[in-house]
Structures are given as C-alpha cells and as structure tokens.
Ligand binder design. Structure first.
Ligand SMILES: NC(=O)c1ccc[n+]([C@@H]2O[C@H](COP(=O)([O-])OP(=O)(O)OC[C@H]3O[C@@H](n4cnc5c(N)ncnc54)[C@H](O)[C@@H]3O)[C@@H](O)[C@H]2O)c1
Length: 267
C-alpha cells in the first residue's frame, strides 16, 4: 500500500479549465480535439478530401471561429478557398492527442460499468487496448468478459509493469476508489479515468479525469428548465430541500402549497 501523502487536488474537471496548460494546449481545445477527430473520420469515410472550418463547425456544434482557433494551436490554418485536408488534419489531431501510439489500459472494478467498459469497441478503435480487467471480488475471478478473464486486483502491479500501463480506469464503488488510485499510482500509472463518485487525491504529475453522467444530466436539466415556459416549470425532486419564509431548508413536502408539480405526475 502507498502511504497517504499530502496531495494537490486532482485536475479532474471537464469544464474547460486549464490544469494542463503548462503542457501546451488549452484544456478546452484539448477536450474538443476528439470531437473534431470523430467528425473528420466521418468525412474521411464519406471520401471527402477537404472541408472548411464551417463544415467542421456544423458537424461538431462548435462555432467556426472556435474551430479555426483550436486548429491554429496545431499549426493548422487550412488553405483559403479550399479548407483543410481531411486526411492530414486527422493525422495531426491524432498525433497531438497521442492516438498514433497504442495505449494499454487496465480497468479496475468489473461490475455493471466495468463490463460495459470492457466491451466498448470505441476504445480499441481509438488506440486504447484494454490489457487487464481486475476486481477484488474472488467470485468474479475467472469470469470471461469481452474475451478476457477477470483477474484479482492484486495482479495490478505485475500487469502495469509487464504491459507498461500508464492509463487506468476506476469503476469501483466510491469508498474503494482512493485506495485503488493509490495502488495504481504506486504501481506506475500516471493517468486515471475515474467513474466513481469520489474526489481523488493524487501526487503531482498524475492526471485524473472524472466522468459523472449524473452531473451531465443535471446540466441538461438546468438548460431544459431555462427553455421551459413558466407554466411548465417543474417542482423539486422528492427530498430536495425547499426553503420557505423563515425556513432554512427543511425537507420538502411532496407537493408544497403553490409549488408546481412535476409534469409526469399529472399523467
Ligand atoms: N460516472 C458515471 O457516470 C457512472 C455511471 C455508472 C456508475 N458509476 C460508478 O461506477 C462505479 C461502479 O458502478 P457499478 O454499477 O459497476 O458497481 P458494481 O457494484 O456493479 O461493480 C463494482 C465492482 O468493483 C469491485 N470492487 C469493489 N472494491 C474493489 C477494490 N477495492 N478493488 C477492485 N475492485 C473492487 C466489486 O467487486 C464490483 O465488481 C460506482 O462507483 C458507480 O457509482 C459512475
């Protein structure tokens, strides 16, 4: 086990902040490169040789100005009247985000999510090769998932050393995530994709990206709420505190007087 040490909070926000600024590209640009790459792959599959920044903007939902600015960070400016060479731009982006090399990846926690991740073909097609599925539960050991046997978590150090693993995925319950991260880091992993709803502490030099689908849904809910006409505004989810006059935030009654009800409850 690694000793717990004072650690900086991990740069794990996917919010466009720039924790990796010293490494070159702005983080927000970096986050959009895979989106451009996907659009360019679609264009290449349709045998489109060149594309304008506006086409790329339409395909990715980004403004044309932002596309041009992002690509200028790669030294790619396109040709006036012609646009960008699709094949070359794909190569440039793939090289920039390290996809021209093969990345061995370990997944830890082979429950519901781990099964889905292990079977996700998009990893391999983007240069990520899952080399081991590890779990602490002996009942899972030996189970075949996506053509691989689930192995004991204690194999972590051996796998990381043998396969030169730098990137690992945590899909364990939240209470286990910090210990799993500590073991990964001690073994030599320096990038962690964390699906567990836990904030990880890691030493300098280790990057953590946190994936949280609930947060993404909450952001969509916020935008939906702003789109909705006033008469369709929904009430709070059950259990969400509703502060009232002289009330610092008690648990909400299911339908406080005057509060709009949720749409589905009219059905
Ligand atoms: N980020 C997201 O959007 C998202 C979506 C779904 C689930 N999750 C999270 O992903 C995690 C996994 O969810 P799930 O539904 O697959 O859970 P699960 O209970 O089905 O699977 C968890 C697995 O982790 C293993 N495990 C527990 N402690 C371990 C340890 N110390 N070392 C190695 N393996 C260990 C368990 O044996 C189990 O197989 C949870 O934290 C959940 O909250 C996140």
């Amino acid at each position: 086990m690694t000793a717990r040490r004072p650690a900086r909070p991990a740069p794990q926000a996917a919010d466009g902040s720039d924790p990796g600024g010293e490494k070159g590209l702005p983080e927000a640009t970096l986050a959009r490169l895979p989106v451009y790459l996907r659009a360019l792959t679609t264009l290449a599959e349709a045998e489109t040789a060149t594309c304008s920044s506006d086409t790329l903007a339409t395909l990715t939902g980004v403004t044309g100005a932002k596309v041009r600015k992002d690509l200028s960070h790669l030294g790619s400016y396109g040709t006036r009247g012609v646009g960008y060479d699709v094949a070359y731009l794909r190569y440039q982006i793939a090289r920039e985000i390290g996809l021209t090399q093969d990345w061995p990846v370990v997944v830890v926690g082979i429950g519901n999510l781990g099964h889905a991740l292990a079977g996700y073909s998009g990893f391999r097609s983007r240069g990520f090769r899952v080399v081991a599925l590890l779990d602490a539960d002996p009942e899972r050991h030996g189970e075949e998932v996506a053509g691989m046997r689930v192995r004991p978590f204690d194999d972590l150090e051996g796998v990381v050393a043998e396969q030169h693993v730098k990137i690992a995925v945590i899909a364990t319950p939240a209470p286990a995530a910090q210990d799993v991260a500590d073991r990964m880091v001690a073994a030599g992993v320096s990038s962690i994709l964390n699906f567990a709803p836990a904030v990880l502490s890691v030493p300098d030099g280790v990057d953590v990206r946190k994936v949280d689908l609930s947060t993404e849904l909450q952001i969509l809910a916020y935008h939906e709420q702003r789109k909705a006409p006033a008469d369709r505004l929904v009430g709070p989810a059950d259990g969400v505190p509703v502060p009232g006059p002289g009330d610092a935030g008690e648990r909400a009654a299911p339908h406080p007087a005057g509060a709009p009800r949720r749409e589905e409850e009219h059905a």
